[in-house]
Unconditional design. Structure first.
Length: 386
């Protein structure tokens, strides 16, 4: 259950009601292809397509090449990397062994601009605990310089921010709508994060969970991250985002998402959050739940949004210069599941390619790989869907 300071109990209850109601209407599960262009009929499937406290850092052969290299969309200021030439904190003293999980956890808790000095070669830091942002920080930037992988070792979530978590300090009386912290991850790889069993705040976010403040991911790679395999509204194998300040968007730019698995949202998931996704790549991510949302009788629910799962009331998603390919949803939206419950949300896709993203039970006619319930129709510009 979401926790929030007593002074905002009424507001928090309203927020909780909104989150709990973020489900497609019962009739939506069959609103896929139609025979007459209007009346929904049941669709047929689309064609397929406790760890040791040592050895936390190892050398790897990883080369940072994130995102869609052909994506040329102009990136707004909030989606660009933060200058990190004068960091507040440096993890490591020049060797792989000096770059430890404990050092990452401590640096993130202190906040500021954080870089790494782990030697000349790429390294993987195996996280022995989840790094948690303290809400007293205004800005937390993690910059891996293209050479650092943070690994959850298939055992734990890697990074966590929650303005409504009292353990991270309440700093306002409106934790569900506060400006800070601003969390930016850039030039990093997040591998093998796993939040399975962590159901607080709705769960999800195998690599990164964010509630409150603002969030940006730049030139980063997310591989093999996972979260719970079932649940009607749980999602985000790589990233789960809630409650962004003044409903401003979360940004993902020049980033890659590969091999994520979760009940919903094999890469990204949110409730009531807008996104701007530019010059990025989503491939081989899967929504593996069963029963959709609301869940069908006798099922645990989930299985929508092979790459992206977005639910809630008023929110918008803009996707530009991005390739979403070879993702898969057991239920609906092999590429994108978008449900705006009050039908005010908009989906805009430009200069992008969505290809071979099977939706095995339902999708929106004329938009392969997409299930959309929002304002009007998805806006497509210079994009290919197949």
């Amino acid at each position: 259950m979401m926790r929030t300071p007593p002074r905002v109990l009424v507001v928090a209850i309203a927020t909780m009601v909104s989150l709990s109601a973020c489900a497609a209407p019962s009739g939506a599960v069959v609103a896929g292809p139609t025979t007459d262009g209007g009346s929904p009929v049941t669709s047929t499937p689309q064609a397929p397509a406790t760890p040791a406290q040592t050895a936390t850092t190892t050398a790897t052969q990883f080369t940072a090449t994130a995102g869609n290299p052909k994506g040329k969309m102009k990136v707004p200021s909030y989606g660009r990397p933060v200058k990190s030439t004068k960091p507040n904190r440096v993890i490591g003293s020049g060797t792989p062994a000096s770059c430890t999980s404990a050092a990452v956890v401590a640096a993130v808790a202190k906040g500021g601009i954080i870089t790494f000095n782990c030697g000349p070669d790429p390294v993987t830091i195996t996280m022995l605990a989840t790094a948690k942002v303290r809400n007293t920080s205004k800005l937390v930037v993690l910059d891996g310089g293209g050479k650092v992988t943070l690994s959850g070792d298939k055992k734990r979530r890697i990074l966590y921010q929650n303005t409504c978590d009292q353990a991270q300090v309440w700093t306002t009386s409106h934790c569900q709508n506060q400006q800070y912290p601003r969390l930016v991850v850039q030039n990093l790889t997040f591998a093998d994060g796993n939040s399975t069993g962590q159901r607080a705040e709705g769960g999800g976010g195998g690599a990164i969970f964010v509630r409150g403040g603002r969030f940006t991911a730049v030139n980063s790679t997310f591989v093999r991250n996972t979260c719970d395999s079932t649940g009607p509204d749980l999602g985000g194998a790589a990233i789960r985002v809630l409650s962004q300040y003044k409903n401003k968007p979360a940004y993902v730019t020049a980033s890659t998402f590969d091999g994520g698995r979760c009940s919903n949202g094999g890469a990204l998931s949110s409730i009531g959050v807008s996104w701007v996704v530019l010059n990025s790549l989503f491939t081989n991510n899967k929504a593996i739940g069963k029963g959709a949302n609301p869940k069908r009788s006798g099922t645990p629910g989930g299985g929508s949004g092979g790459a992206i799962y977005a639910d809630g009331n008023k929110f918008n998603i803009r996707i530009g210069g991005t390739v979403i390919q070879n993702n898969d949803a057991v239920e609906g939206g092999g590429a994108i599941f978008f449900v705006s419950n009050n039908r005010t949300g908009k989906l805009r896709i430009e200069y992008s390619t969505l290809k071979n993203n099977p939706s095995h039970r339902f999708w929106t006619r004329g938009y392969p790989g997409i299930f959309f319930l929002g304002k009007g129709k998805p806006s497509l510009s210079h994009s290919k869907l197949s």
